[in-house]
Write a protein that binds this ligand. Structure first.
Ligand SMILES: *Cc1c(COP(=O)(O)O)cnc(C)c1O
Length: 369
């Protein structure tokens, strides 16, 4: 008998999350210089982080021997002010990934289930499976969340329904009125996790008043991250907003020091740097237009996206991806999402987008040979 045989079957059955290929790894494999590689694979901020966030990290450096503030007081104070919520409605996470797991751990059991959409963010089924709960996948519509299908998927034992808005990897969006109509129809005993990792990229007209909805829906949990528009992916910091009671349950299963001191300080500074955020959003708009214009020129179909990435349909995406890698360009295959014909590309700087589009054109030419 092997020790691993005693791991629960739901743990043994987990297919691990597939992250984007690190630049250093491709450099080793292809004998390339790291500086010659373009990575558009993990929806990272191509402008990096706000200089103010970097300065905040430097200020904390000398405190590295001390534990971080386990209550996250400064960050929660800033978040409470930004969102107009109470401190006890906030749960900080080691990335919003952590927060998603906290929801699962606090509210699921092997006897319950959770609902998510086909093509939705891969972390939901993983978090559900880690508990041994049952994941229920509702069919998507035009690659996006289908409210009717999600409602129909809710079972008697369903405790959580996950919604990614905008969704990753498809970039699809439920507009505010459709989203609200969906949440209104979800039974009050089912927690709604509204994952808004890309909400900063939305124009005001398409952004839901999700935080305002918390007052009306005690079963609503809104999650946000500093990894994308704020450019702090490497630090791992995100958060959830919920009713004080739900937040309390999540905090009970949280590691006491789950958000490190650098992340806390940088997140506060990043939030203050509105000018940097605006610049990032402008670069993203321009880059998205550049990529989609390139796809149209190449006669490629893509899924119109509301995030900082776009899924483009290539047919034999695996072969195209191999060619891109050989040319030093890392994007994200999404066959594991059931989308073997697409690649997901993150919006980069103008030069990076150009390198990618040229490499893509070359890859498509090779494919035709
Ligand atoms: C990137 C992403 C997250 C969170 O990432 P963290 O780095 O863990 O905060 C959450 N949800 C979606 C849909 C994402 O794409």
């Amino acid at each position: 008998m092997d020790n691993c045989d005693f791991a629960p079957s739901h743990v043994r059955g987990i297919a691990p999350y597939q992250p984007g290929k690190p630049i250093a790894e491709l450099a080793r494999e292809m004998d390339l210089l790291e500086c010659d590689i373009v990575k558009l694979a993990s929806n990272e901020n191509p402008l990096g982080a706000s200089p103010r966030a970097l300065a905040a990290i430097e200020n904390v450096l000398m405190e590295v021997a001390r534990y971080p503030d386990g209550s996250g007081f400064m960050l929660k104070t800033a978040l409470a002010q930004k969102h107009g919520v109470e401190m006890n409605q906030i749960v900080l996470g080691n990335g919003s990934n952590d927060v998603l797991e906290l929801v699962a751990r606090a509210f699921l059991t092997p006897q319950s289930s959770a609902v998510f959409s086909q093509y939705a963010f891969a972390v939901y089924p993983l978090a559900i499976q880690a508990i041994g709960a049952r994941g229920i996948e509702a069919p998507a519509r035009h690659f996006g969340h289908d409210p009717e299908a999600l409602l129909a998927a809710i079972a008697a034992d369903t405790r959580i329904l996950f919604i990614a808005n905008p969704n990753n990897p498809t970039g699809t969006l439920l507009e505010p009125d459709r989203l609200l109509a969906l949440i209104e129809r979800i039974p009050a005993h089912v927690l709604v996790v509204l994952d808004e990792a890309y909400t900063e990229y939305l124009p005001d007209a398409l952004r839901s008043d999700s935080v305002g909805w918390l007052k009306r829906f005690p079963n609503l949990i809104v999650t946000r991250t500093f990894s994308k528009a704020y450019g702090l992916a490497g630090l791992r910091v995100g958060y959830a907003l919920a009713s004080p009671q739900v937040a309390d349950m999540m905090n009970r299963v949280r590691q006491p020091f789950n958000v490190n001191a650098f992340a806390q300080a940088a997140a506060v500074a990043a939030m203050e740097d509105v000018a940097f955020l605006d610049e990032c959003l402008a670069i993203n708009r321009a880059g998205m237009a550049q990529l989609t214009a390139g796809f149209e020129r190449l006669g490629l179909e893509y899924i119109p996206s509301h995030g900082n990435f776009v899924a483009v349909r290539l047919g034999d995406a695996a072969t195209v991806n191999r060619s891109l890698l050989a040319q030093g360009v890392i994007v994200r295959p999404i066959a594991n999402y059931g989308m073997p014909e697409h690649l997901r590309v993150s919006v980069g700087l103008e030069g990076e987008n150009n390198v990618f589009l040229q490499a893509l054109e070359r890859a498509l030419e090779e494919l035709e040979k």
